[in-house]
Design a protein around this ligand. Sequence first.
Ligand code: A3D
Length: 320
Amino acid sequence: MARPKIALIGAGQIGGTLAHLVALKELGDVVLFDIADGTPQGKALDIAEAGPSEGFDATIKGTTDYADIAGADVCIVTAGVPRKPGMSRDDLLGINLKVMKSVGEGIAAHAPNAFVICITNPLDAMVWALREFSGLPHNKVCGMAGVLDSARFRHFLSLEFNVSMKDVTAFVLGGHGDTMVPLVRYSTVAGIPLPDLIDMGWTTQEKMDAIVQRTRDGGAEIVGLLGNGSAFYAPATSAIEMAEAYLKDQKRVLPCAAYVDGNYGLDGFYVGVPTVIGAEGVERVVEIKMNKDEQDMFDKSINAVKGLVSACKEIDNSLA
Ligand code: A3D
């Protein structure tokens, strides 16, 4: 059986890391696409030259021609610009919307059967626009954010409790922005919910509140430290987890930006919700029960996402 073909649209910091991870994990052959001629070709050759030492079997091709993504099984989209210190994700909207138009048209023309994972910010609005521009089925287009935000939450919790990250599960819902909703009640250490761990004296409410805030600010913390560009190792790893779930039909339960079509009483846009990812793409949206506080935070986050989608429609009349 032929190897799966994985197209990476955008060969910047995340795109290059994605290509390296796909090769190391032998998930398939890679086509690395970018408009900056030389960058995708250079990175592809560099990664291919790691093959003899790593011992992976994969072809890595760099290109500026959309025709090379033909027939891709998975497309991961990072094309666009990242944040600079002091910028919010939303400041990227106008410029990245134009990029989504060209990427959506490229995917529609050459890889209409692909499972598409968008990473470009502002995530919830860009994945919605990418779906609109590409015309692909909603279940085949989703956004990566929840896996990363949850991973950040899990990392901070494992540090607080001094336990393995493997035993920490965590949940983050809503839009990928300052209003994201880390759900303390649904986050656990080996099945023990965080509120119980507070009762058991493992931590305090104040410390939990601080960790929730650090999770919300997780992207900005790295933007501030780097001074030039945004996080890329963990974002790439998170998207690979989603791609692998699709390619291997794992039916993983992963939070991602999915199209809501009546779920949570919402419809017509993308927002971070728990999903099941398998061979059909986003196979299910999992609807959890929220208490009043959680629902209030979720509603606030939904309003922020709706505002961004409206802004997209104002900028590009074809989306209205
Ligand atoms: P960067 O290293 O700048 O790479 C972006 C690449 O996109 C560059 O190589 C550009 O040449 C290329 N590009 C620009 N326009 C086009 C186009 N029209 N077609 C094809 N390629 C194009 O950025 P990065 O890799 O660090 O980040 C990529 C995106 O991911 C940014 O929008 C970030 O804000 C976003 N991001 C999202 C998360 C989430 O959790 C959702 C996390 C981190 C970064």
